[in-house]
Design a protein around this ligand. Structure first.
Ligand SMILES: [Zn+2]
Length: 274
């Protein structure tokens, strides 16, 4: 089995996780910028975090033969302070040429507030000006449906944004259709307690063909499972999906989306879109 982990917060993980992922067939890991579990006190904290994502973490992953890519932003959870967000966003362009940076993410909304929306628009403008891919975090539970609608509205309102270059993550049963119908990609986050179980993800794949869907583990500092994708592959196999269909979903699909950024290259592997 081979797979791409397209959304994993590896700074929260130990080396055993890198080793287990590599042994399970992980061919690359992609790490969006995220909330640290506590609010950072200044823009300088983000500057160091971006250095960690673009310099230190790729080196740590390389020790396990794993290519590491990253996405940069100030996450929605810390977007309430528009002044701080403006300072952080101003730091990002100097990192965009780093060899492992794929785009702007995970941006989006948390509580669907006016300030979060403003910061989302600032990020979308940044991505458009620098022709970057976009990775979007959608809110939790009761805020998800409204938040997803608001996010899609912001993206569609900007004529420079191409939906096929944006992935809307953490989709669930009540949001996946609107995301795919609008031409965006959807990500399903496999968590043991919240968001989406493997069985629910496979249900959605069977219902919506899976052509523009990927799965990820998120594996952050909270309760999460770094091997969630290979475990979901077992669920796919148990339900009768063949090896080619599984490979398409957990390897070829993320490669197809991520290869829209020319920096996404895998060693010893042809990554031409399938
Ligand atoms: Zn995340």
């Amino acid at each position: 089995m081979r797979y791409i982990e397209p959304h994993a917060h590896m700074v929260s993980r130990v080396t055993d996780d890198y080793r287990a992922m590599t042994l399970a067939g992980c061919a690359a890991v992609c790490e969006p910028a995220f909330w640290a579990g506590f609010d950072r006190s200044a823009a300088a904290g983000f500057y160091d975090y971006f250095r960690q994502l673009t310099d230190h973490e790729p080196q740590r992953a390389a020790k396990f033969g794993l290519p590491h890519f990253s996405w940069l932003c100030i996450n929605p959870k810390e977007s309430e302070d528009v002044g701080l967000a403006r300072e952080v966003i101003a730091l990002i362009p100097q990192f965009l040429d780093r060899p492992n940076v794929l785009g702007i993410g995970e941006i989006g909304l948390n509580k669907n507030s006016r300030n979060e929306l403003k910061v989302l628009e600032m990020h979308v403008d940044l991505a458009a000006r620098h022709h970057q891919l976009i990775l979007v975090h959608t809110p939790h539970l009761e805020d998800k449906l409204k938040g997803t609608r608001l996010i899609l509205d912001v993206l569609r309102a900007d004529a420079r944004i191409q939906p096929e270059r944006c992935l809307i993550d953490h989709v669930e049963e009540h949001t996946v259709k609107m995301v795919l119908d609008a031409g965006f990609w959807g990500g399903m986050t496999l968590y043991p307690e919240t968001k989406c179980t493997a069985a629910r993800a496979v249900d959605m794949i069977e219902q919506y063909s899976g052509e523009r869907l990927w799965m990820n583990s998120a594996c952050d500092w909270g309760v999460s499972v770094p091997l969630a994708i290979p475990l979901a592959a077992l669920e796919l196999r148990r339900r009768g999906h063949g090896a080619e269909a599984i490979d398409r979903l957990i390897y070829q699909n993320p490669v197809r989306f991520l290869s829209q950024c020319s920096k996404f290259k895998l060693p010893n592997e042809a990554v031409t879109p399938v």
